[in-house]
Design a protein around this ligand. Structure first.
Ligand code: CAO
Length: 264
């Protein structure tokens, strides 16, 4: 493309190496580079990420004990499977997020474009980052506040299926109010997620790991831990709100039966 200018970091030449002629440099550089056009979803990602970079984010991380939820999922997974639905950890995390958002609703809001109002949404459309053949997409599960964990799993299964087939619709992807990104399916622990505007918070979920911890008598014992990394828009959310929200979500995840009390 004649309009493009190559931006190539020049390696410092060794003192003894003669400088190559300009023609030789141009042809060898061309052979050593591949130009990938930025189109489609990648182009959208450039635009949305540039916009997000203008928002002052802060990060907050914690680790959640997963043994209780692992046991519960082990019990419920075969039942979901008998109804044709795969039950991963995400439906529980999405429901617990929604329950915690009921207590801390400003995390489910957006800033008005002229920065004069915070628009709190009383519907929880929770987005899930998906690694699809088209690239990173964030479809959302609509109305999580009134869905059961099974209904959330059903919708997640549907979105994952159409996502892998490259058939997510604009409706699947619009109207999100809060996002989660389960990077733990690929690996890793902590992350630094970038906001999906106009949402004001996003969480990145790390890989569940078996790790040693101490009991009160200083004996080492094994636990399963999952790290979670939050990013929030510091114009709207303060650190205390984020920490209180994460603590409540943590209590639902660590003692998952408590979700029964608040689930509608
Ligand atoms: N730690 C350990 N195991 C995990 C896990 C985690 N954090 N998350 C999921 N698993 C397990 C599941 O429970 C499942 O186990 P079983 O086979 O025993 O049931 C298995 O890994 C596969 O899970 P899954 O991928 O089918 O389901 P999911 O609902 O957890 O995730 C989806 C769905 C679409 C979010 C995921 O496939 C994906 O695309 N992740 C990548 C997200 C991403 O790219 N984020 C970065 C965005 S920023 O660039």
């Amino acid at each position: 493309n004649g309009n493009q200018t190559a931006v190539v970091a020049a390696a410092p030449a060794a003192a003894t190496t003669p400088a190559p002629t300009p023609a030789a440099t141009a042809s060898s550089q061309k052979d050593r580079e591949t130009r990938i056009p930025i189109t489609g979803i990648k182009k959208v990602m450039v635009k949305t990420m540039n916009a997000a970079a203008l928002v002052p984010h802060f990060g907050y991380c914690d680790e959640y004990l997963m043994d209780g939820l692992m046991l519960l999922r082990q019990q419920l997974k075969p039942m979901a499977e008998s109804r044709g639905i795969k039950l991963s950890y995400l439906p529980f995390l999405i429901k617990a997020t929604s329950l915690a958002l009921l207590k801390y609703p400003t995390l489910n809001s957006s800033m008005s474009p002229n920065e004069t109002e915070i628009i709190v949404k009383n519907y929880h459309n929770i987005g899930v980052a998906m690694d699809t053949p088209q690239g990173l997409l964030v479809p959302n599960i609509k109305g999580v506040e009134s869905k059961s964990i099974f209904e959330i799993a059903q919708e997640l299964n549907r979105l994952q299926k159409v996502g892998l087939a490259g058939q997510l619709t604009p409706n699947d992807m619009s109207g999100g109010t809060f996002s989660l990104s389960n990077i733990g399916t690929i690996g890793g622990t902590y992350a630094s997620p970038v906001l999906l505007l106009p949402e004001v918070a996003i969480g990145a979920i790390g890989k569940i790991q078996k790790l040693p911890r101490f009991d009160k008598n200083n004996n080492v014992y094994p636990v399963h831990l999952m790290q979670i990394s939050w990013s929030a828009d510091h114009r709207v959310i303060d650190g205390a709100t984020m920490a209180n929200f994460s603590n409540l979500l943590k209590s639902y995840i660590e003692t998952p039966n408590t979700m029964l009390l608040d689930t509608k």
